[in-house]
Design a protein around this ligand. Structure first.
Ligand code: ADP
Length: 253
């Protein structure tokens, strides 16, 4: 599956008169990592929630490979190949790492309930394939050794990895990461940066919200800066870091 191109055009969202996103236009270019940064309350999460169908837009277009997805329900957006991770990790704590990742693969299991109940060989084969695919993803994110461990007992950084593996198990063409480096130590951030680049190199478009400007600069091909629900700057990491408006609004130095 080819990487997807995401285009937002003058997207807006209000909550009872509060302007969360005023007018955001941005492109997450196919096969690249796009970083979305900005101060707290600048509209990043709301933007991501509109892309995934959690919130309907009030105005503007959201296009995935040219198809308007702005008013689709979350499961329909997911079915088009959009996966996400959340700022607050959402995993089943009592289930193992592998079981959590298999949940992500579930939407690809096409067998009917009757086939499953009858335990047909084709179903068994397809389950074995899914399991092998998920195990390969555990390897990719570096947590094979935690395969049979309940997620509730894992470190924060490892839970983040499980979450990313679960998102990848849906075989996305666009992956949205909401503050993946939050709460990670220096070594974990370095490993995460390598993982994000590996995901991009697998042919998956990445849109990343992140507070850590060093992290964003390391992994992003392109950065978009929001402030007060509007795009105030965009460019390469080097360009964006030199812009006075960004320094003033975001870096505060
Ligand atoms: P960021 O992710 O950049 O911190 P958000 O998108 O979370 O920003 O929030 C943008 C603005 O919208 C903030 O002023 C926030 O309080 C407001 N907001 C976000 N979600 C809601 C909601 N569900 N109801 C009311 N206001 C909201």
């Amino acid at each position: 599956m080819a990487a997807a191109q995401l285009e937002l055009w003058q997207v807006a969202k209000r909550f009872q008169g509060v302007v969360a996103v005023d007018s955001v236009s941005l492109t997450a270019t196919a096969g690249q990592v796009t970083g979305l940064i900005g101060p707290n309350g600048s509209g990043k999460t709301t933007t991501m929630n509109m892309i995934t169908g959690l919130y309907p837009t009030d105005a503007g277009h959201i296009r995935l490979d040219g198809v308007d997805i702005a008013r689709l329900a979350p499961h329909r957006v997911a079915a088009l190949g959009v996966a996400r991770t959340f700022q607050n990790i959402r995993l089943l704590a009592t289930e193992t790492t592998l079981a959590n990742v298999l949940l992500g693969a579930h939407r690809h299991q096409s067998a009917s309930l009757l086939d499953v109940l009858l335990g047909l060989p084709a179903v068994k084969r397809s389950e074995a394939r899914e399991k092998a695919r998920c195990e390969a993803l555990l390897d990719l994110v570096g947590i094979t050794h935690l395969k049979d461990v309940a997620v509730g007992g894992l470190s924060y950084g490892d839970r983040r990895r499980v979450e990313i593996a679960r998102a990848l198990a849906t075989q996305p063409r666009l992956l949205l990461l909401d503050e993946p480096a939050a709460g990670m130590n220096f070594a974990e951030k370095r490993a995460l940066a390598d993982l994000v680049l590996a995901i991009r190199d697998m042919g998956i478009t990445v849109l990343l919200i992140e507070h850590d400007i060093e992290f964003v600069a390391r992994v992003s091909d392109h950065i978009v800066v929001l402030n007060f629900g509007r795009e105030i700057a965009a460019g390469t990491p080097e360009e964006v870091r030199r812009m006075p408006s960004v320094i003033e609004a975001y870096l505060g130095t």
